[in-house]
Design a protein around this ligand. Structure first.
Ligand SMILES: [Zn+2]
Length: 115
């Protein structure tokens, strides 16, 4: 079976208790407060973001497997596509999952990766 990356989102609702001198200040504080620990899922809000799938085929859709055309920035080894949803690549040499900015495009010739 193939694996696919599907972007999804949903809404949550909660009530914040905010201390302030007047309502406008309370609303202003609420906008800057961190997400509350307790919240309720908004029924029916779960959706698949098809737009992202269409616009970012490198990040979503069928998961790529095997070796990518990039190297680990730290050890210069070829990286493989990751199956961790948070990361795009993984380096077996460093035993770490990597974001794209932690990798470099593979160079041909001169800079041979360590094997
Ligand atoms: Zn590495």
């Amino acid at each position: 079976m193939k694996k696919f990356r599907i972007p999804v989102s949903w809404s949550a609702t909660a009530t914040l208790i905010v201390e302030a001198e007047y309502l406008e200040a309370a609303v202003s504080h609420a906008k800057e407060s961190p997400l509350p620990d307790e919240y309720e899922y908004v029924d029916g809000s779960f959706k698949v973001d098809s737009y992202l799938i269409d616009e970012f085929p490198d990040d979503y859709g069928e998961m790529k497997t095997g070796e990518a055309n990039r190297v680990c920035r730290r050890c210069k080894s070829p990286v493989h596509y990751s199956d961790n949803p948070e990361y795009k690549y993984q380096c077996f040499q460093c035993d770490e999952d990597l974001y794209e900015f932690e990798t470099d495009l593979k160079e041909d010739g001169s800079n041979q990766p360590v094997s």
